[in-house]
Write a protein that binds this ligand. Structure first.
Ligand SMILES: [Zn+2]
Length: 231
């Protein structure tokens, strides 16, 4: 549905101001943000951000503001209706919002993947007490959120049921590694930044042949407050 609406540049958001801000506030905001994102500024400088900011400033401080404001209100009205419709349906997060808290490679570098090292001990050393981080944008916080988390599983060989050392299907291993998606749903209003949810994975087994590698999964919520200056 979102794709039916042509992109509309939010100049107020670019200037970190509410609709209807005064010309003075617009000028002050432009100066303040330009000091951060001007392309000449090391690390925080960005040509695209600055151009968008400059465009915002140029339009909102000129006679073009009147017609921009009219379009803005129309666009907002459409967006408001769209949000009302969306509220009733859950938001399915894209895979990019789900990340494993510590990569295996990173742990290996620190010598924490040695045999016999338990997850519990690794946690004590790294101070990381969760397996997965799910990023939710601030404006999505009060929606019903669905996340699909890929997890490693062991599946008992269906041919020999794990009982034949000469089984051709599993080469005698009795089971094989695979992955299954864990679908978790967060009701609205339960989400808070840094809140950790623990899931008992035995409740999510799709059948009695499939075993999750872990007993439980700890998911940390990250509420992203980043304001994007991009169009
Ligand atoms: Zn087998």
């Amino acid at each position: 549905m979102k794709n039916n609406i042509p992109p509309f540049p939010d100049y107020y958001e670019a200037l970190e101001l509410p609709f209807g801000a005064t010309t003075e506030a617009i000028r002050a905001s432009f100066r303040r943000i330009a000091k951060i994102c001007h392309p000449d500024v090391p690390t925080t400088g960005s040509e695209s951000k600055f151009l968008h900011l400059y465009n915002a400033y140029r339009i909102l401080s000129s006679t073009k503001r009147k017609s921009y404001d009219e379009s803005f209100k129309k666009y907002r009205a459409v967006e408001f209706i769209r949000d009302e419709i969306n509220k009733s349906s859950p938001l399915v997060l894209p895979p990019s919002r789900i990340s494993f808290s510590t990569g295996i490679l990173e742990l290996a570098k620190r010598g924490l993947m040695r045999k016999g090292f338990r997850t519990k001990d690794r946690r004590k050393i790294t101070g990381i007490n969760h397996d997965i981080i799910i990023t939710v944008k601030e404006r999505e916080m009060f929606r019903r959120i669905i996340a699909t988390i890929p997890l490693t599983v062991r599946i008992v060989c269906q041919v020999c049921m794990g009982g034949d050392l000469h089984c051709p299907a599993c080469d005698g291993a009795g089971s094989y590694k695979s992955s299954r998606n864990l679908r978790v749903e967060f009701p609205p209003t339960t989400l808070q930044d840094r809140r950790i949810f623990e899931f008992d994975l035995s409740k999510f087994r799709p059948d009695s042949y499939t075993h999750f590698k872990k007993k439980s999964l700890r998911v940390m919520i990250h509420i992203s407050k980043k304001i994007s200056l991009a169009v």
